[in-house]
Design a protein around this ligand. Structure first.
Ligand SMILES: Nc1nc2c(ncn2[C@@H]2O[C@H](COP(=O)(O)OP(=O)(O)OP(=O)(O)O)[C@@H](O)[C@H]2O)c(=O)[nH]1
Ligand SMILES: [Mg+2]
Length: 305
């Protein structure tokens, strides 16, 4: 069954697929799978951002099952797609809202431009459609534009946005937002944060303070701490997970900008390296361009099947 999401994902990943399989097509019109061919294939997988570990694992698989045999590029593509699907299967998990938490608190982290604010807007719309009421907290209090951007998203989905005057301590804004969400009986609180990474210590302190303050009102909060990653940054996204994992207890990832990126293979590298749940992927700038992803479909889209 070709789902709407698959069609969207496939077109979004067409550049990634072209990068990965274009070179495979060139190498494997029909060819004996010898050392040289495997080496070329491994290089191609690495160039397509799947990461060294994934590339080695996939090549090992090819070596044990097909070595010395004639293979067509269709076979190579199909096997690759399957392998990718297997690597993604354990991490492709939707973000479950635990209804016993009221509100269920989601803290969004990520570097500048990763897509935090946009993704909060998309999630708010999705939760609204599912019958949840949300509160959006404009925790990036240093930039007026960031607050306005969240207000626009809140208006689009008809959800409340809590803001504070410029330069208010983000932790106090977060506290205020949780307090309001508790009083109004909101189902979900989505907290936006600033993403300045050039000052790692300050960012870490800020995030930790937000968490500390939230816990004064709800010792179990935040219930999800998500890292937003921009797929177009390629291997850098892998590095960012490492950095943010040191700052906070990440519970999951979301990967944005998979539309038109040639670096969609990064999702596979992330899955292999960290095993953190990847809850959803962004495939555009519009309100419904956020999708839970099916590992098999993703694997197929990535090889252009
Ligand atoms: N094409 C595409 N663009 C996206 C996607 N997600 C976000 N964007 C765009 O990326 C840009 C940055 O997104 P923001 O949501 O502002 O990112 P942010 O993490 O909040 O950035 P800061 O507030 O600067 O830290 C915006 O122009 C978004 O429209 C996506 O999935 N696909
Ligand atoms: Mg933002």
């Amino acid at each position: 069954m070709v789902t709407k999401f698959f069609a969207r994902l496939k077109s979004g990943l067409s550049r990634s697929a072209a990068k990965l399989t274009g070179s495979i097509t060139a190498t494997f019109t029909k060819r004996k799978l010898d050392d040289e061919a495997l080496e070329e294939l491994e290089d191609q997988l690495i160039a397509a951002d799947l990461g060294v570990a994934v590339a080695a694992r996939i090549i090992k698989g090819f070596r044990s099952t097909r070595f010395g045999k004639e293979v067509t590029q269709e076979e190579v593509r199909e096997t690759l797609g399957d392998e990718i699907g297997k690597i993604l299967a354990p991490v492709a998990r939707p973000l479950e809202i635990d209804r016993s938490k009221k509100p269920f608190v989601i803290l969004m982290t990520g570097v500048n431009g990763a897509g935090k604010t946009t993704t909060i807007g998309k999630l708010a719309a999705r939760y609204k459609a599912a019958g949840f009421t949300c509160v959006l907290a404009a925790g990036d209090t240093f930039r007026a534009a960031a607050v306005e951007q969240l207000q626009v998203w809140g208006a689009r989905s008809g959800q409340e946005v809590v803001t504070a005057p410029a330069n208010t301590d983000p932790a106090s804004l977060a506290h205020e937002a949780l307090s309001r969400a508790q009083k109004s009986g909101a189902d979900v609180l989505l907290i936006d944060t600033a993403g300045r990474l050039h000052n790692k210590t300050a960012l870490m302190e800020e995030l930790r303070k937000i968490i500390r303050v939230l816990r004064k009102l709800d010792p179990t909060a935040p219930h999800a701490t998500l890292l937003m990653l921009d797929a177009t940054t390629g291997q850098n996204a892998v590095t960012q997970v490492g950095i943010f994992k040191e700052m906070v207890d990440l519970t999951g990832l979301m990967v944005t900008k998979l539309d038109g990126s040639a670096r969609g293979g990064i999702v596979v590298a992330l899955a292999e390296k960290y095993g953190l749940p990847i809850h959803a992927v962004g495939t555009g700038e519009q309100i419904d361009d956020l999708q839970e992803f099916d590992p098999v479909e993703f694997g197929r889209a990535l090889v252009g099947e």
